[in-house]
Design a protein around this ligand. Structure first.
Ligand code: PLP
Length: 379
């Protein structure tokens, strides 16, 4: 279905066409070409202390990150339950088991207290987790200070799934640069897009070089095809990188726009009791990729399901929050630690349209639809 107001659509107001033309004219449309190196160089400059390897998706970046962390069959990997399946699927690709952990109510991301309890519980069962996958959902930084303290205390590396959080900051530092390895996604609906793609980010040269090698089928630098390891076809192509470079030039404008949209929703919905926003802490700055709310049905008189169908009826796209992975049939044999926080967020939450080019009129229309359509229920 085509929506009048989509959830998160890319905008191409910069050099996308020019760079794509240049890439095509150069005839480098596959995994070599000037834009791949340029994209990696500019990403690394932005991330300051870290280097980026441009890959063909956020999922492949997570998979490669887990390979680099040495995750093997039979290992256990702790993972935030409240997330998209791509955060945990690569654990399974490697024959390891995800151990899901609940969220806390402020950032909606992994709860540090439950995380520590989980580590202690798994250690007591003779299984020290091999890594901790944390996520910055909808752009909101997780409680990184507490999480990194736990990671250091138990000497378990953090893999930061910053797929949704490129440009978000915690204590003035980029999300994705706290863990041993970080991952970003550039798929079609993210804060900036490369058509599809991702990046693996790390600050040790050995990991970066190893990621580059593994992403190109682990082909050794020799005149003939020679392989010492099993590799992957995960490198980004030059066309995606061309779009990526152009989008990266506009990233700060995109972040500003999404933050502005979030602010406007807060103002427009101020007198709508029972609607609560995912909100920053004093330490964190979200890119507000998607403005997300939870609805207190007792107060509003309507549910997220009713709100979503009212919006859909009027051509407005919205999306339920992630269904926690420990409740997914495919993961029903997987251990879970925590209470019902993630489930309650899923049952009551909704992501609102947040595209960079969403106008004030669009937002006023969305809120008007909410008032009109739902007045029957909430009066
Ligand atoms: C939290 C999270 N992790 C991982 C991914 C995977 O990224 P990609 O779609 O680029 O494979 C996504 C986005 O789709 C995501 O939202």
């Amino acid at each position: 279905m085509d929506f009048k107001i989509p959830l998160s659509f890319p905008v191409f107001n910069g050099n996308e066409n020019a760079y794509l033309q240049r890439a095509i004219s150069s005839r480098h449309i596959a995994t070599s070409g000037e834009f791949i190196t340029e994209f990696e160089r500019r990403l690394s400059t932005r991330l300051k202390s870290h280097e980026a390897v441009a890959l063909n998706s956020g999922t492949s970046s997570l998979h490669l990150a887990m390979v680099l962390l040495g995750i093997r069959p039979g290992d256990e990997v702790i993972c935030q339950s409240f997330t998209f399946c791509a955060s945990a699927n690569p654990v399974v690709y490697l024959g390891a088991t995800p151990i899901f952990v609940d969220s806390e109510k402020e950032s909606w991301n992994i709860c540090p207290e439950i995380l520590e309890d989980t580590i202690l519980s798994r250690i007591s069962k003779g299984k020290k987790p091999k890594a901790i996958v944390i996520v910055h959902l909808f752009g909101m930084p997780a409680k990184l200070k507490e999480i990194m303290e736990i990671s250091d205390k138990y000497n378990i590396p953090v893999l930061e799934d910053a797929a949704e959080a490129f440009g978000s900051q915690y204590l003035g530092k980029s999300c994705g640069t706290f863990g041993k390895i970080g991952v970003i996604s550039f798929n079609g609906n993210k804060i900036m897009s490369a058509g599809g793609g991702g990046a693996l980010i790390a600050n040790d040269t050995a990991s970066v070089q190893h990621a580059r090698l593994l992403s190109t089928q682990a082909r050794e630098d020799l005149p003939f095809y020679h392989h010492l390891e099993i590799g992957y076809n995960y490198k980004m192509n030059n066309l995606s990188a061309a779009v990526g470079v152009a989008q990266l030039e506009q990233l700060d404008t995109f972040i500003q726009a999404r933050r502005h949209i979030n602010q406007r929703y807060r103002i427009l919905l101020e007198d709508f009791p029972g609607i609560n926003f995912q909100t920053e802490s004093p330490d964190s700055q979200s890119n507000y990729w998607l403005t997300s709310i939870v609805i207190d049905k007792q107060i509003t008189g309507f549910s997220n399901i009713e709100l979503k169908s009212a919006l859909t009826k009027n051509g407005i796209e919205s999306r339920f929050l992630w269904k926690p992975l420990h409740t997914q049939p495919v993961f029903n044999m997987t251990p879970y630690y925590g209470g019902s926080m993630a489930e309650r967020l899923f049952e009551n939450g909704l992501c609102l349209p947040s595209s960079v080019n969403l106008t004030l009129q669009d937002q006023e229309f969305i809120v008007e639809v909410m008032r009109k359509e739902l007045s029957k229920t909430f009066k």
